[in-house]
Design a protein around this ligand. Structure first.
Ligand code: 1CP
Length: 355
């Protein structure tokens, strides 16, 4: 038997949706559902010392993964890790500075690639795979365990800039000025990401999501070369080894390139950002193609009737296709837990609303 098979025995509503069917109630989970808006997360983070210490401590990381599942009854548990673990496991220095986000030692030219190597990948990322195993062992059977990586373009843009934020300038200059050299970085990242995702599947991930958070704001030919083509290669290679694993793509900011992304990458579902027009998405995507996402995280900060109206608008818009309720981007630390509770209450109720 293929070692990359995972057991899908009990019904998991998220897997039902991802197989193109509609369960009675749309399942839900939230991007950044584990994080600083939760007091139990802040406590665990303080206990660990630093963000990276928390990611590399499987017992604590597994507990953090399950915190929102226990608190809100989400249908998905997203592995507690980060998209920048791959560059770290390739040998790039990484630090999460307080209030500043990630800081990396930038890779800006072909000769810098000699600082990176696949040799230690599984050794460094090993604790993340162990987290997956522990979550899987402790998780309610109807919940789907979501493994993830960043999209290759997005991760590369952090590696080149050496920091977070919406500044893809350095990566664009390298990619446009020296496509061959930048292509070598993408190729190395592709090998690392395929191996990293397949280890998560072996450890028990039920679903994978590819976060291409900076896919927007590229000229169309560059979107083709830097987002569609690398994602398509990633999906093809993961599916060669693990054909059963559903893959959700998150091409944030893709706008009118959404249809091409879906048609050409081979993803099984697409997560829609906050700015996406839902009528457009519904008209553009193939019938029955599963969607996820779109609620503005700031709606949950505000709470109240507008948040509930938005929730209903999203669910109604995707009434006729398999859909996973989610945000258009991650929860921000200021999100009041009471607003999440109100939202979750409505989501649990939604099953009683006649179709
Ligand atoms: O405790 C802390 O201070 C660290 C905050 C934090 C957390 C909770 C970071 C730093 N990463 C994470 C966890 C994380 N990151 C998860 C698992 C938890 C969950 O979702 O519940 C996931 C899936 C990610 C993915 C991630 N990391 C993305 C893609 C999604 C997105 O938000 O666009 C990106 C871009 C990152 C990079 C990153 N890691 C952390 C920060 C602050 C950032 C963003 C930096 C920036 O560009 O501003």
């Amino acid at each position: 038997m293929n070692t990359v098979m995972s057991s899908t025995a009990p019904e998991k509503p998220m897997l039902t949706v991802l197989s193109g069917k509609k369960p009675k109630r749309p399942p839900f989970w939230f991007m950044r559902q584990a994080g600083r808006y939760l007091s139990e997360y802040r406590e665990m983070r303080a206990r660990a010392g630093s963000f990276l210490d928390l990611v590399y401590a499987p017992e604590m990381a597994a507990e953090v993964t399950l915190q929102p599942v226990k608190r809100f009854g989400t249908d998905g548990a997203i592995l507690f890790s980060d998209i920048l673990i791959v560059p770290h496991a390739l040998g790039q220095t990484l630090d999460f500075k307080h209030g500043e986000g990630p800081v990396l030692d930038p890779i800006t030219k072909t000769s810098d690639l000699s600082r990176l190597s696949l040799d230690q990948l599984h050794k460094i990322a090993g604790p993340v795979y162990e987290t997956v195993r522990q979550v899987k062992a402790d998780m309610p059977p109807h919940v789907a365990l979501i493994g993830f990586s960043g999209g290759l373009w997005t991760v590369a843009s952090y590696m080149v800039a050496g920091r977070g934020g919406d500044d893809q300038r350095a990566a664009k200059r390298w990619a446009y000025g020296d496509p061959e050299g930048f292509g070598q970085l993408l190729a190395l990242l592709e090998d690392a990401t395929v191996a990293y995702l397949l280890e998560q599947v072996k450890a028990g991930a039920d679903v994978l999501q590819i976060f291409d958070s900076w896919a927007g704001n590229l000229p169309e030919p560059m979107f083709t070369d830097l987002v569609i083509a690398p994602t398509s290669r990633l999906v093809t290679r993961v599916k060669e080894a693990a054909p059963h694993i559903p893959i959700i793509g998150f091409p944030r900011g893709a706008g009118p390139l959404l249809g091409r992304y879906v048609a050409e990458t081979g993803v099984d579902a697409v997560s829609l950002d906050t700015g996406m027009c839902l009528t457009y998405a519904d008209e553009t995507l193939p019938r029955n193609f599963p969607t996820q996402g779109n609620l503005d995280p700031q709606m949950v900060v505000a709470g109240g009737p507008m948040m509930e109206r938005e929730m209903a608008r999203i669910l109604t818009s995707f009434h006729s296709r398999p859909h996973i309720f989610n945000l258009g981007h991650g929860f921000v630390p200021e999100t009041p837990v009471a607003h999440v509770e109100a939202l979750v209450g409505r989501l649990h109720d939604w099953q009683d609303t006649p179709a």
